[in-house]
Structures are given as structure tokens and as C-alpha cells.
Design a protein around this ligand. Structure first.
Ligand SMILES: [Zn+2]
Length: 308
């Protein structure tokens, strides 16, 4: 597969800088010493300057932000999200509240990455300090939910982690995700493989099986040539990832299309929750899968792959 995506230069420096400055804004507020505060205005400028830089760069390459690598696109959407005044206010208010509660509960130093992260939650602790990664989706947490997050950091139990998972599936978290993952268009720069173009396949399947009604998710080729997991739909980021293993001459087009159709069905049907387990391949799902023209042949081909 051709590697033809672009990325943001010094991506980690950019993210770290904004995280640090957001932490600084909150920590100086908490220390009651506003004289040295990193001004919120500078943070806003830093965010908008970076958005401009990314968009200009994409423009120079005649592509869109959604064509960038996954990590760069994540960062870009995060910046756009924070560039809206009320989102940045919410971000800082949450961070402030979390740090305030932390200070009351623990003597350890803490640094918080509050980000459009691929992870929901992570907490790494050493003897001196703790590093917490929280998904941006948590910024509208209620005070009780912040206590749950804190509990997961300070004395994580299965029960605490279960509650955290419920928060991440609840409506307010999902609304933040939906607001963040407002996809920009995509060009074939990132969807075109050597043999197959995910974007044109998507349009054909959308026309043939969904009356052209499905809004395009983000389509990307995965990083590894996975032969077991050939496709994956991630609902939070509305992204279909396809294994580059399928992008070769020996894979018939009906197999490639079938895998994409399967993932599009996931987008259409969502996940059904039963006793806090989420079920994807429901009876309805399997029934719709049978609508695919070459269903039998595609299934047989996929089975033969697994045996190899
Ligand atoms: Zn599936």
C-alpha cells in the first residue's frame, strides 16, 4: 500500500504545549497567585494559530485535514473543538475542578492530559507523581462523576472502573464526542490504496444498499496488515478502518466490498447494550448482512483466509 498521508510537524510538542498551558492557567488560579498566570488569551491565540497552520499545510498539498494521519487528525479536531469559546471554558473549568479535588485528596504532584485521546482513561503513578490521561469527552462530568474519575486514579477497583465506563457511554460524553468528530471532507489522497479506493467503494455501496443515505464516516487504511481483523468501525470517532491486507490483487473486489459493507452496517445499526455488554452482531445485523449480493462467495473466501 502506498503511504500517502501527511501529518502535523512536531505534533507532540504542539499538544504538550497546549496541555501545559491549560494546566498552568488552572494551577495559577488554584494557587491564588494570578499575577503570574499564563493568560487565557494567549492559549486561544496558540490554538487558532495552529489551526491556521494545519489548514494552510493541507491546502498546499491539495487535501483536507481528514486526509492526515490518525494522530494528526485527532489533534486537529481537538484544536477546532477548543477554538470555540464555550468548549475551552468547559475544558478549563473541568480541569480546574479536577485539579482542585486532586489537591484536596492527594499530596502527590499530578499532570493531566485532557485530550481527544484514543484512550478513555489512563493513570500512571510513580512514587513522586501521577500522570493522568482523560478523554476530552469527560469535560461535562457532574461533580459526582469527577469523584469517580478521582477514585479511579487514587484507588482503582473494578467497581470504579465499571462506573467510569458507564460515564463514557452516557449521553453527555457522547455529545462531546459527536461535537469533536465533525468530519472534514476527505480526498482520495488518503483513501486510495494500490488496488482499491475506499472512498469510491463507499459511495457505490451506499448507493446500492443504503439508498445513498449514509453520511460518509472517515475511511482509513489501518497501519498493520492484519489478516484476522480486516475491518473495524469505531463509533466515537465515526471511523472505518480497513486492513491494508485487503488492498492486493489476489483479493476479489466482492470480498473487499463485503468487508466494507459489514463495517457500514455497524455504523448504521450501532451497538445494542444488554446487561452492560455491548452486542454488535445482532440477529438484525446478520439478516442485513445476507442482503449483500455475493454474500455466500465472500463468506467462503473469508473462511478460506482464516484457514491459511
Ligand atoms: Zn463486525
Amino acid at each position: 500500500m502506498k503511504k500517502n498521508t501527511i501529518s502535523i510537524r512536531n505534533l507532540n510538542d504542539l499538544i504538550n504545549s497546549i496541555q501545559n498551558h491549560a494546566n498552568e492557567v488552572c494551577k495559577t488560579q488554584l494557587s491564588g497567585n494570578p499575577g503570574v498566570a499564563y493568560p487565557q488569551k494567549s492559549l486561544r491565540e496558540e490554538i487558532s494559530n495552529n489551526i491556521e497552520r494545519v489548514e494552510q499545510n493541507c491546502h498546499n498539498f491539495s487535501c483536507y485535514p481528514a486526509d492526515m494521519t490518525d494522530s494528526s487528525y485527532r489533534a486537529y479536531l481537538w484544536l477546532v473543538f477548543l477554538s470555540k469559546e464555550h468548549n475551552l471554558e468547559q475544558h478549563l473549568a473541568f480541569l480546574h475542578h479536577f485539579l482542585e479535588r486532586w489537591k484536596a485528596e492527594s499530596r502527590k504532584a499530578v499532570s493531566v492530559d485532557l485530550y481527544n485521546s484514543a484512550m478513555v482513561f489512563q493513570c500512571k503513578s510513580s512514587r513522586q507523581n501521577t500522570h493522568v490521561t482523560l478523554n476530552e469527552g469527560f469535560i461535562k462530568s457532574t461533580p459526582a462523576e469527577v469523584e469517580t474519575l478521582l477514585a479511579c486514579c487514587l484507588h482503582s477497583t473494578q467497581k470504579n472502573l465499571g462506573e467510569l465506563r458507564s460515564i463514557s457511554r452516557a449521553a453527555s460524553y457522547q455529545r462531546i464526542m459527536a461535537a469533536m468528530w465533525q468530519h472534514t471532507p476527505q480526498s482520495s489522497m488518503s483513501t486510495k490504496g494500490e488496488y482499491y479506493d475506499l472512498l469510491s467503494l463507499f459511495h457505490a455501496i451506499n448507493r446500492d444498499y443504503f439508498h445513498g443515505t449514509m453520511k460518509a464516516p472517515r475511511l482509513r487504511w489501518g497501519g498493520k496488515k492484519a489478516t484476522r481483523r480486516l475491518g473495524y468501525y469505531h463509533p466515537d470517532s465515526d471511523t472505518i478502518t480497513i486492513s491494508p491486507f485487503l488492498d492486493q490483487r489476489s483479493i476479489p473486489s466482492y470480498v473487499m466490498e463485503y468487508v466494507l459493507y459489514h463495517e457500514m452496517l455497524h455504523k448504521k445499526l450501532g451497538l445494542k447494550e444488554v446487561n452492560s455488554y455491548r452486542i454488535a452482531h445482532t440477529a438484525q445485523f446478520k439478516q442485513l448482512e445476507h442482503n449483500f449480493n455475493a454474500y455466500q462467495d465472500a463468506e467462503a473466501f473469508l473462511k478460506s483466509l482464516q484457514k491459511r
